[in-house]
Design a protein around this ligand. Structure first.
Ligand SMILES: NC(=O)c1ccc[n+]([C@@H]2O[C@H](COP(=O)([O-])OP(=O)(O)OC[C@H]3O[C@@H](n4cnc5c(N)ncnc54)[C@H](OP(=O)(O)O)[C@@H]3O)[C@@H](O)[C@H]2O)c1
Length: 259
């Protein structure tokens, strides 16, 4: 078999439909682009319409198939509307990437119920509800890939982890619960664990003098992450080649977690 055909068999996403929450910015936009370039039809979900339209414009300009849905994933009705809007674009998804996330970082003593509830709603409840909506259908069809984006803060405290770290720890547990439920039907559920990636999510931290350099020095590669660093891992976990990988956390962090 020639190498191109072999690579296609392992990694091509042609004919598959992906939903990427948080696909309009940062890591999610990097992943949405990677899945589209690998052949998937991609629906990006977030609130801000301008960034969504810009993302989809960039993907279609490259020849990809993409659509967007604006929805607030912090609200359960918003999650349900997002799911139905996504299905209306290209049909039931084969791949679900839960990348939308917020990190509000109040000091622990000042962490109130509102920040707790909002953080859990966006970072944990939305991925759970989308999994409940799409997971059983994937299992019935015999193919599915659920990929959650967690954080090193699922594993250790880092700059006021507060509610955020808790939500990400639980998200890794959710991946294992989903893997237990659906892997035998062809649906794998894994997490990608970023290290530090300068994005709008951590703009305040990035603005602190010397912070970026200090964080880069804590990796083994000597630099902070970029959204495109997640492309290969996302395509791998979304495709047929990863069918025996499930319930796992794959660190894409330049060695941050082992240094
Ligand atoms: N950057 C890092 O260093 C880092 C490290 C570890 C983990 N992560 C995780 O990686 C993921 C992506 O982070 P990022 O750094 O790429 O952040 P980002 O650039 O701020 O992107 C966040 C995305 O989530 C969407 N989003 C936020 N709240 C939403 C809501 N209520 N409803 C719908 N969409 C919402 C945003 O769009 P709208 O605001 O328009 O809704 C945006 O598309 C997050 O889960 C984050 O926790 C990031």
């Amino acid at each position: 078999m020639e190498s191109h055909a072999y690579l296609k068999e392992l990694f091509s996403l042609e004919g598959l439909v992906a939903v990427v929450t948080g696909g309009s910015s940062g890591i999610g936009r990097g992943i949405a682009g990677a899945l589209a370039r690998a052949g998937a039809s991609v629906v990006v979900v977030a609130r801000g319409e301008a960034a969504l339209a810009d993302t989809v414009g960039a993907l279609t300009d490259e020849g990809g198939r993409a659509a967007w849905v604006s929805a607030d994933l912090g609200d359960r009705d918003g999650v349900r509307a997002a799911a139905e809007g996504a299905v209306a674009a290209f049909g039931e998804p084969d791949i679900l990437v839960n990348c939308a996330g917020i990190n509000l970082r109040p000091p622990m003593d000042e962490l109130g119920e509102e920040v707790w509830d909002t953080t859990m709603a966006v970072n944990l409840t939305a991925p759970f509800l989308l999994g409940q909506r799409f997971g059983p259908g994937m299992a019935e069809r015999g193919y599915g890939r659920i990929i959650h984006i967690t954080s090193q803060q699922a594993h250790r405290a880092f700059v006021r982890s507060g509610a955020y770290g808790v939500s990400k720890g639980a998200l890794e547990s959710l991946a294992r619960s989903q893997a237990e439920a659906w892997s035998s039907s062809g649906v794998t559920c894994n997490t990608l664990v970023p290290g530090f990636v300068p994005t709008p999510l951590n703009a305040r931290l990035c603005a602190e003098p010397g912070r970026l350099e200090e964080l880069a020095a804590r990796t083994l590669t000597g630099r902070n992450g970029l959204p495109e660093d997640f492309a290969g891992a996302a395509v791998f976990l979304a495709g047929r080649g990863s069918s025996y990988v499930t319930g796992q956390a794959l660190f894409v962090d330049g060695g941050f977690s082992v240094h």
